[in-house]
Write a protein that binds this ligand. Structure first.
Ligand SMILES: Cc1cc2nc3c(=O)[nH]c(=O)nc-3n(C[C@H](O)[C@H](O)[C@H](O)COP(=O)(O)OP(=O)(O)OC[C@H]3O[C@@H](n4cnc5c(N)ncnc54)[C@H](O)[C@@H]3O)c2cc1C
Length: 491
């Protein structure tokens, strides 16, 4: 690579990469690979989820040769649409937030259409052994909340109450030293702010974690600060305003269409069924070993494997110190979906909305409407410990158990639902969960090392290495961040 090209790459600021994927063909005409004849590719990208695809696209756009390897038999990781005869069902990510600039740019480049989220029927409740509708909730015996908590519907408790004492005033400094006093168990924090024990119990049903005591309050406040601060903090509001604050979208036809579109933007073709089993890192480059015996040599590797599954890969030299600690201590929550279609309108029988929040096994049932405005399909969404406790069952056993529980808590569903599919993220061996959740005390001790590279050439991307954004946007941001870092070093 010429000195001129190196200078050009070094002048590529993070801002210009992040600002737009269509950014600048600034090293057009250069052929970096030719100077590294000993390498098979410039950069190996492990994992073909959003982070991996975003990294590969960013690198290829700047003339680097890339190989993307994916352990699974499909692309997408936690973007996974079940495409069935009667429709499509998203097992992973669905919602594209208003500020998802990178994801929206990728969708635009790939010609992938974004549409309004489906409308949903409301929730009924089976709580404290009673089945009640939303209008009855406030004065129901099932409602054991205290004071003005009683007026809040169970699915809205967490956001409403936590926002009252969300300590994050500056989103981009959410983990500043003075904030670490809130890096404590989430349930303790809620209790110390006057929430009733019942409110905390009900929040644990809808909160995306294994348990509130194993979740850092500061981590969870960041989730909500992202959603609310753009409206309340001028500086950060300006950053977010460009995206248009109120628009949420889904991918038309399912999120896997976004993945297919992004893969279609690449010059290289991601390899499926290509699990990496070992990565050898040296001062001059890396060599990765695949399960089928193949090897790939590269100058750098961007590894997007969730830390929940990174133990499947032998890294040498072995991770040590803070990096090893960050990987080993990472905890993931999990989710299981059971999708079903109503054979008839069971909700007419009990006169309450078709959706459900329960304090039993099922957590939540989302009742999605079709284009005709009628409830078309249900998504039984089990979270955390409830999802994990079914992971040892076969699919058929799991579906049967879920239907039996639904019939128990809401008898009108009995015999009136047909299961069309289900999916457990805990049982996906390459992901092993839904998302990484920082435990109390980890924001000071683990978080700073989540994204740090190993010997510079082994770099880590993926939602678990996120900063302020979440989900899909965090994954895209992380992939681009590491691609940029590789380019800044000129491999
Ligand atoms: C149920 C659910 C709902 C969600 N809803 C939303 C939502 O509405 N909005 C939102 O923004 N986000 C949502 N998310 C989060 C979002 O899906 C993820 O943050 C994002 O897709 C993660 O992308 P990633 O590339 O970091 O990781 P992944 O998508 O997990 O990609 C990692 C890839 O690495 C592969 N891999 C693992 N091991 C190896 C190996 N040894 N060799 C090769 N490849 C390997 C995996 O198979 C996988 O494809 C949801 C997630 C779940 C599970």
């Amino acid at each position: 690579m010429s000195e001129k090209t190196q200078r050009q790459i070094k002048t590529l600021s993070r801002r210009s990469v992040i600002a737009g994927l269509a950014a600048v063909p600034f090293i057009a005409g250069c052929s970096p690979r030719s100077t590294w004849s000993t390498t098979e590719v410039d950069v190996l990208v492990i994992g073909a989820g959003i982070a991996g695809l975003a990294a590969a696209k960013t690198l290829e756009d700047q003339g680097f040769s890339v190989s993307v390897v994916e352990a699974d038999s499909r692309l997408g990781g936690r973007c996974h649409t079940l495409r069935l005869d009667d429709g499509y069902y998203d097992c992973g990510a669905t919602t594209i937030g208003p500020a998802y600039g990178r994801i929206r740019t990728f969708a635009n480049l790939a010609g992938v259409e974004l549409v309004a989220p489906p409308s949903r029927d409301g929730f009924s409740y089976h709580i404290n052994d009673m089945f009640v509708g939303p209008n009855e909730w406030e004065n129901s015996k099932a409602n054991k909340l205290v004071g003005d908590e009683r007026r809040i519907l169970p699915q809205s408790l967490e956001f409403t109450l936590v926002q009252r004492f969300n300590q994050i005033k500056h989103l981009f400094d959410w983990n500043a030293p003075e904030m670490l006093q809130y890096d404590i168990p989430y349930d303790d924090y809620l209790l110390s702010n006057g929430l009733s024990k019942e409110a905390i119990r009900l929040i644990s049903l809808t909160s995306n974690s294994m348990s509130l005591s194993a979740t850092s309050a500061l981590f969870q406040m960041r989730e909500f600060a992202r959603l609310a601060l753009p409206n309340t903090n001028k500086n950060e509001g300006e950053v977010y305003a460009a995206a248009g604050r109120k628009n949420y979208h889904y991918v038309k036809g399912g999120t896997s269409n976004l993945i297919d579109g992004m893969a279609g933007l690449l010059q290289s073709t991601p390899r499926l069924n290509a699990a990496v089993t070992a990565i050898d890192v040296s001062a001059g480059g890396i060599e990765a070993h695949l399960k089928n015996g193949d090897r790939i040599a590269a100058k750098s590797v961007i590894c997007t494997i969730p830390y929940s599954a990174l133990g499947n890969v032998k890294i040498s030299p072995t991770l040590t110190g803070d990096k090893q600690n960050a990987v080993a201590k990472s905890q993931y929550t999990t989710t299981t979906h059971v999708f079903c279609r109503p054979k008839r309108a069971y909700w007419d029988d009990d006169g309450h909305p078709a959706g459900l929040v329960t304090d039993g096994l099922l957590d939540r049932v989302f009742a999605n409407k079709g284009n005709d405005g009628k409830v078309a399909w249900l998504d039984v969404w089990l979270n955390g410990a409830n999802a994990a406790q079914l992971d040892g069952l076969s699919k058929a056993q799991r579906n049967e158990k879920v239907m039996a529980e639904l019939a128990r808590v809401r008898p009108s569903t009995m015999g009136n639902l047909e299961v069309v599919g289900s999916y457990s993220w805990g049982n996906n061996p390459f992901v092993k969960g839904n998302k990484q959740v920082l435990a109390p005390g980890q924001i000071g001790s683990v978080y700073p090392f989540m994204a740090s590279p190993w010997m510079n050439r082994l770099r880590f991307a993926g939602e678990h290495t996120r900063s302020t954004e979440a989900g899909l946007e965090a994954a895209a941001e992380s992939g681009m961040r590491e691609a940029n870092a590789v380019m800044e070093r000129v491999l």
